[in-house]
Design a protein around this ligand. Structure first.
Ligand code: UDP
Length: 244
């Protein structure tokens, strides 16, 4: 049977960012194992295409938040209302602050080596009480092995920046082997958090045009944008009119 976007929308978190962050912090405090998908249309489309990604997204334990405005606008077409975007990059920053306040441990996995080094230096400098359990760049040979070792280490927070679907598939495949940990796939967030890439100016963020800024500053994203976002809208339309 064809995968329905409604399956993902039904379970997506629709409340305020602040409340979601409180929920995550409670889970960190209680040691409850958690997997968060920071969704954009590309991720939902990958769920339609790849059975394992569909499993990861549909799993009742997986939390899905609307990282991009495309997910929110698309949801509207199907009758779903979201309070606001919950971007992965903002979740990371909040969790750095929380880890610092509570002395929680943190593992950073992904991005290029030099980007990761810059981010690790920033974390050590700005969040000195956060325990940096380790960091590994995203271009190592055996990512599966590295990830399994991270799970065994049991850090409180694991941020995985390998891009979709790699990050979601890895997390979903292995995170339940450990007993605790909040695991989040954060895409290109390390590039921004390290200071390497600029996030869109606040005008773009405020007007929900961050996607436009990203395409304009990296035109190679245009094909990806077309492949996922535009097709996504067609799929939603079909679903709305009962063609699946
Ligand atoms: N990346 C990685 N290993 C790989 C491929 C990608 O660590 O084998 C990193 C890449 O350096 C970048 C992130 O994964 O930091 C993906 O970023 P992208 O901007 O594509 O993700 P988005 O935020 O658009 O999902």
């Amino acid at each position: 049977m064809a995968v329905r976007m409604r399956t993902y929308y039904d379970k997506a978190y629709k409340g305020k960012k602040k409340d979601f962050l409180n929920l995550l912090k409670e889970r960190i405090d209680s040691g409850r194992r958690t997997f968060v998908v920071t969704a954009n249309p590309e991720i939902f489309m990958l769920g339609r295409k790849l059975p394992e990604m569909n499993e990861a997204l549909s799993d009742e334990e997986t939390l899905i938040v609307p990282d991009g405005i495309g997910v929110i606008r698309g949801g509207k077409q199907l009758g779903y209302e979201f309070e606001e975007r919950i971007p992965g990059v903002e979740i990371c920053e909040e969790l750095f602050v929380y880890a610092d306040q509570k002395g929680r441990s943190l593992y950073l996995f992904g991005a290029e080596k030099s980007v990761l080094e810059d981010l690790a230096a920033r974390v050590r400098r700005e969040y000195p009480n956060a325990v940096l359990a380790g960091c590994t760049d995203g271009y190592v040979q055996d990512k599966e092995k590295v990830f399994r070792e991270i799970v065994e280490m049991q850090p409180d927070i694991v941020l995985v920046a390998l891009g979709a679907p790699k990050q979601e598939l890895l997390i979903h495949r292995y995170y339940r082997r450990g007993e605790k940990g909040v695991f989040i796939g954060v895409g290109g967030s390390f590039d921004v958090l390290s200071g390497r890439k600029k996030r869109a100016p606040s005008f773009f963020i405020r007007h929900n045009l961050e996607w436009l800024y990203r395409i304009a500053s990296e035109p190679k994203r245009l094909k990806r944008f077309w492949d996922s976002n535009i097709k996504f809208l067609f799929e939603l339309r079909k679903e709305k009119h009962g063609n699946r």
